[in-house]
Write a protein that binds this ligand. Sequence first.
Ligand SMILES: C[S@@+](CC[C@H](N)C(=O)[O-])C[C@H]1O[C@@H](n2cnc3c(N)ncnc32)[C@H](O)[C@@H]1O
Length: 281
Amino acid sequence: MKYIKTVCTITPDNSVNRDLLTAALGEIGYDSFVSEEEVFEAYVQSDLFDVSLVENGSLDFAPLYTVETQSEEVPDQNWNQVWEQESFTEMVIADQILIRAVGPASDSDYPYQIEIVPNMSFGTGDHETTATILEQLIALDCADKTILDMGCGTGILGIMTAKRGAKHVDAIDIDAWCFDSTTQNSEINGVNQVIRPILGDATAIPEDALYEVVLANIHKNILLQDMPKYASVQITGGLLYMSGFFVEDVQDIRLKAESLGYVYRDTYENQGWAVVLLEKQ
Ligand SMILES: C[S@@+](CC[C@H](N)C(=O)[O-])C[C@H]1O[C@@H](n2cnc3c(N)ncnc32)[C@H](O)[C@@H]1O
């Protein structure tokens, strides 16, 4: 599958505007981002790319910022190399989880180590949403639990629950790269007996499934649309963690969840991004 790289010049360029632009690009199919120093690049599968949605000020967000773009097709292999070699080495979450690119083990005694080959997939832990959910998983009782990781990306969240003792994880993503990435990462981390990667959207959730924990780090519109499906496969007392939206979107997410029989438990904030925790009644 071919990808389009869109290089964005944001004026003014700051982290808030980059986050807003990331969310806007996510709405139109972009699934991977490189945000470093002077660089902001976004990647979309070429069959989802619509030039009219990115050029001639289409991405401007008045009065906050304007965006100039340059888009080009990128061969898969080159893009993988860029991602794996230049963008990701290792990072630590809450002094407990070391996430690192595959290679020689570093000399560390963190309780959890996760090796990740990103393979054009989101989920190395460096995004606030991933990091915040991982922090919550450190203390979550996963032992013998059945878990759904919706929008699994690299599989990182499901892998963490498996390392915390989960019995079974369905890891679902709409993107074939993520399916492959989750398959590969599950094997590398020795949890492929626990994790079942599934390609698809919420309609791919197995009909007879029942989950104690659902993790869904996607984005607001998908969550609002698919939450009824999550509710239908979640046991009473089960927990639903959702992210991929901003703090100002929490109320909309909460109201929808409450209408489906969830009770609001908490919101965890990180740089304007939110993770909401709900419990099924
Ligand atoms: C923000 S990333 C999250 C990745 C990983 N779970 C993490 O927390 O880092 C969102 C993922 O959701 C996937 N996705 C987007 N729309 C989806 C849908 N309707 N159903 C399932 N997955 C979807 C994307 O391909 C992407 O891998």
